[in-house]
Design a protein. Structure first.
Length: 226
């Protein structure tokens, strides 16, 4: 089916990362994490979550099982796929696409929200006023910016997907952007904040192609992690 888009899109957020753990442990205390966003690895729990994801993929019916994989360039996403692939036993090649990277935080990189409020109080207030969808940190991206690049990525799946089910391994911002692109097709959100958040670690979201558009099958599902 050359020239066809995907018959099904399965999008997963990476497993728990060391930064996720550090942010959770910090709670309301300011945190400056020591690694750049692209360098963060999975925790032991994140690797177990990724293995569970692999078992879920292996158990899918033939017509729903991914036949092609696209992945964020960031380490925690690539590790998620490698662990899942090993547990699944799949030999699928993976295409790394820069457009699937996490939302760039610019001056907020490595900081949790408490540290942002401490170091950039005016920007933190602006974020509260503008909302998470439209707010762009200095030198970074808004969620609307992520939507723009994810829309281009989805458009470019026509042809390479070839009418097959595809898997996307990425980040919470990318999964949110996918839902916005696949279900609304709009360039801007009518509300101030990102809907459907938070997207959980190793969660699975699925859309199926129906008469030229995509229909949501399930979203943010973590039943396989039980």
């Amino acid at each position: 089916m050359a020239g066809a888009g995907p018959s099904r899109i399965i999008a997963v957020r990476h497993g728990e990362s060391e930064a996720n753990l550090a942010h959770r442990e910090a709670g309301d205390r300011p945190l400056v994490y020591g690694l750049g966003d692209d360098e963060v690895r999975l925790t032991a729990l994140g690797r177990r979550q990724s293995a569970a994801l692999g078992r879920l993929l292996a158990a899918l019916p033939g017509g729903e099982r991914p036949e092609a994989v696209w992945c964020s360039p960031y380490l925690r996403a690539r590790e998620t796929w490698e662990v899942a692939k090993d547990d699944w036993g799949a030999g699928l090649p993976v295409t790394v696409d820069e457009r699937l990277r996490d939302q760039e935080q610019g001056a907020f990189d490595r900081l949790n929200l408490a540290a942002v409020r401490e170091r950039f109080p005016e920007e933190a207030a602006r974020r509260e006023a503008v909302g998470g969808y439209a707010f762009r940190p200095p030198g970074g991206e808004s969620l609307a910016d992520v939507v723009t690049r994810v829309r281009a990525f989805v458009r470019d799946l026509d042809g390479p997907a070839g009418g097959r089910p595809v898997l996307i391994v990425a980040h919470d911002s990318v999964v949110l952007a996918l839902r916005h692109v696949l279900e609304s097709g709009m360039d801007a959100a009518p509300d101030a904040g990102p809907p459907f958040a938070p997207v959980l670690n190793a969660s699975v979201s699925v859309w199926r192609a129906v008469e030229g558009s995509f229909e949501l099958v399930r979203f943010n599902d973590v039943g396989h992690l039980a």
